[in-house]
Ligand binder design. Sequence first.
Ligand code: ADP
Length: 531
Amino acid sequence: MEEEQALILIVDDNEMNRDILARRLKRQGYETVMAENGVVALEMVRQHPFDLMLLDIMMPEMNGFQVLEHLKANAEWRDIPVIVISAADDMDSIVRCVELGAEDYLPKPYNTLLLKARIGASLEKKRLRDAEKAHLVEMAVMQGIDRELSATLDVKRAMEITLGWALRHSGDEVGFMGEVEDGRIHVLISKGYAYELTADSSMLIPDELPAVQQALESRKAAFRSQTTGTGLLARAQSQIAVPVCRGNDVLAMIVMENSVPKQWSAQVLTFLNRLGDHAAMAIANAQLYTAVQAADLAKTEFVSFVSHELKIPMTSIKGYADLLLTGSFGAVNEMQTKFLGTIRANVDRMARLVSDLTDISRIESGHLLLEMNPVSLAEVVEDVVQSTRAQIEAKMQTLTLEVADDLPLVYGDRTRLIQVVTNLVSNAYKYTPEQGHIAIRAKVVMVADEEGERQMVQMAVADTGLGIPEEAQPTIFEKFTRVDDEEARKSPGTGLGLSITKSLVELHNGRIWFVSQYRQGTTFYFTVPVA
Ligand code: ADP
């Protein structure tokens, strides 16, 4: 509200008073409207957005007190400042008016300077109040926008939200938004155009769009009106471009157009610039997230490629070592047999490492898919015992099984469940000294969580081994974690096994945990849902 443009309502039943006042105010640059009593005054208030009311008290039909009561009872009118005009000796009436909410009073007859000062002060106060109110409204709107934006990590969705708010607030006809790359706009979202912008002109060169060019240079919203032939809208006559900046970089651009010439108010420009600032964070986050996902995928593909390439020579090395061990190609002496055994064992270790790395990479990029079926855990345990028996016997350890005959089937990926149990059993024999004991147990338990009560099979792999020191326990499931324990370090390992095991159990909607006592033993537990 500019002072010169303020609209003032003069309410007085005396025509001469009204005219004198109106003329004075006009000379001071105000616009005025007049009303001869309270009823007419309220009718005028209904019709015009007044910045100030000058109100006489004694009037027929409806007096000044009643007008004040009506104004203050209405939420829309409550903030129109009222200056009461009254004879200076009628102090009681003035006091009553102030109590009813009048902002100030003017004694009759007026002193021109005092009139000017009081009106100026009231209008300034209203201007500040209006600005504060507008600021609060804008803050609430921005909070809403932030809430919407922070809920997405998708660049297109963030732009859809931003463009939607921009169009709603500016009232422009059509608009589009895109990422800015190497000085070009890669259009990702458009609204209101008759044809699919993103397909036709996905890379725009801003040279042809003067408002965009200017916004790119000034890093602020810029517009052009009465432009013909520019813009993407047929017969575009006005265009505004709002840059979305992060630091010195222009990340994206909002462009809106109209088929008529148009000027954008300072308020709308401020809103759009602020919207650009708020969108910047969400768009930058979404762009980063997309880049991270792409990098993750590239890493998974690279690891898959490398592990595939490594498997071929490893199979060959192992095959030839096995062939030599058969003795079909010449006698193999004791020392050579031992060396060939070492070659085999190391190739096996390498194969495990390569497959662990592939698993980790797939788990991290969300590309590890399970083949879910009803699975017998009793059979899984049998498989694991078969494949680990030799190592357990080599350390003269004993193994007991406590698996109920009527154990229900679980819902899972058989191969991956074998991998989980194998990992736990091999840790058990690796980290248990010779002649120790290992037990594998399985039973049905009821588990209550936010999804309700469910039947799960709970497996336990217990050993009487080295135990995990208390300080190492919180990080044991993190990848590449190896406990700082001299005894444990004697067994080779990578620290990947438990991290993969935990992810696999969780992919089955199960849970894994352990109880361990240093130099006494460790029991790992995990659950899998019943099929
Ligand atoms: P790795 O065995 O290849 O080192 P894991 O992720 O399987 O990797 O295990 C991480 C660490 O946890 C091991 O290095 C070991 O110190 C400790 N650990 C795992 N299982 C046991 C166990 N049953 N008893 C004692 N320590 C264990």
